[in-house]
Design a protein around this ligand. Structure first.
Ligand code: ADP
Length: 310
């Protein structure tokens, strides 16, 4: 069912990060040195995660991003290539570190995370211009907020001129983003707290969520898809609301579920053109990732997903 679909072209203008995960017994106090039992490196960053999900499902994915001139940058480029993501528009920034996320996991499961944006902070409108030929050919352009907002707004504006549809995941949430800067966006995919911040309206009840989403639609945004974790998602248009049910699984690790949902939604939408059906499949794809440990590691290939859907 999945493998017989045509493959779409998806471009991602977004971030990449390397997760540096230390499993600690106790966190060191200032000035103190302590040993930790375990350490793991993982490729992450919202842009990269969404790219990997779409590519594993079979889309032709091209990534516009920046890495540092360090071994993490090389590792990120290798990871894209191994997953079939086109790296023509992945640029190295001399003298800058790659984006990294040192993460400390305590025995209780509590995480403490530092984000160093590194080269991601240098992704500029000029980089979007440099990738224009590829971006114009895309079925969809996918964005998040781990790169400069100016670049996000510029890409959305240019894509509207080219007639290419855009999907924005407004994460991590920021007060700096103005709806007027992204009003030509085709699809906005926030969670409840991102929706609340962007609309300036409460999002506690179902009615409030729909009203907040519609306030953004009234300002020009095409469609709003609100993700609600284990409660699924809501597809909100000017005159309709559809409930996208979550698929029940025993949660093992919900990290990266949102990225799995959005990356796979882009894949299914580019392949089929059907928004509601694509969201239902994305909910299933995200559920698969919730049932496995890790972020990118937990994203299914087309074959694994087909098996999961049986
Ligand atoms: P974010 O991490 O961006 O806040 P969500 O937690 O809302 O994103 O998750 C996105 C989607 O992933 C949800 O709409 C749902 O379909 C799926 N999902 C997330 N958590 C679970 C869960 N515990 N069980 C099943 N599906 C889940």
């Amino acid at each position: 069912m999945v493998s017989s679909e045509k493959t779409g072209r998806i471009a991602i203008v977004g971030s990449n990060m390397v997760d540096l995960i230390t499993y600690v017994q106790i966190m060191p106090k200032p000035g103190e040195t302590v040993e930790a039992p375990d350490f793991e490196i993982g490729c992450g960053g919202k842009g990269a995660n969404q790219a990997i999900a779409a590519a594993r499902l079979g889309s032709q994915v091209s990534m516009v991003t920046k890495v540092g001139d360090d071994l993490f940058g090389d590792n990120t480029i290798r990871n894209f290539a191994e997953n079939g993501v086109d790296t023509t528009h992945v640029k190295k920034v001399a003298g800058k570190s790659s984006g990294v996320a040192p993460i400390f996991v305590e025995p209780s499961g509590e995480n403490s995370i530092l984000i160093v944006k590194g080269a991601n902070a240098d992704l500029s409108p000029a980089d979007v211009d440099a990738a224009e030929d590829m971006l114009r050919q895309a079925d969809l352009i996918l964005l998040q907020l781990e790169i400069p907002l100016e670049t996000v707004a510029y890409t959305i504006r240019r894509a509207a001129e080219w007639g290419v549809r855009t999907i924005l995941n407004p994460a991590p949430a920021t007060k700096e983003l103005k709806v007027s800067d992204i009003s030509s966006l085709s699809f906005l995919v926030p969670n409840e707290s991102e929706l609340e911040l962007l609309s300036g309206m409460p999002t506690t009840t179902e009615e409030e969520i729909v009203a907040a989403a519609r306030s953004l639609i009234a300002q020009g945004i095409g469609t709003v898809i609100v993700t609600l974790g284990g409660r699924g998602a809501r597809l909100v248009t000017a005159d309709d609301v559809k409930v996208i049910e979550a698929v029940k699984v025993k949660p093992v690790d919900t990290t990266g579920a949102g990225d799995a949902f959005i990356g796979s939604f882009a894949h299914f939408l580019a392949a089929t053109g059907d928004v509601e059906q694509s969201l239902n499949r994305a909910a299933r794809y995200a559920a698969f990732s919730v049932g496995r440990r890790g972020t990118q590691k937990s994203y299914a290939t087309a074959a694994e997903f087909e098996e999961f859907c049986k």
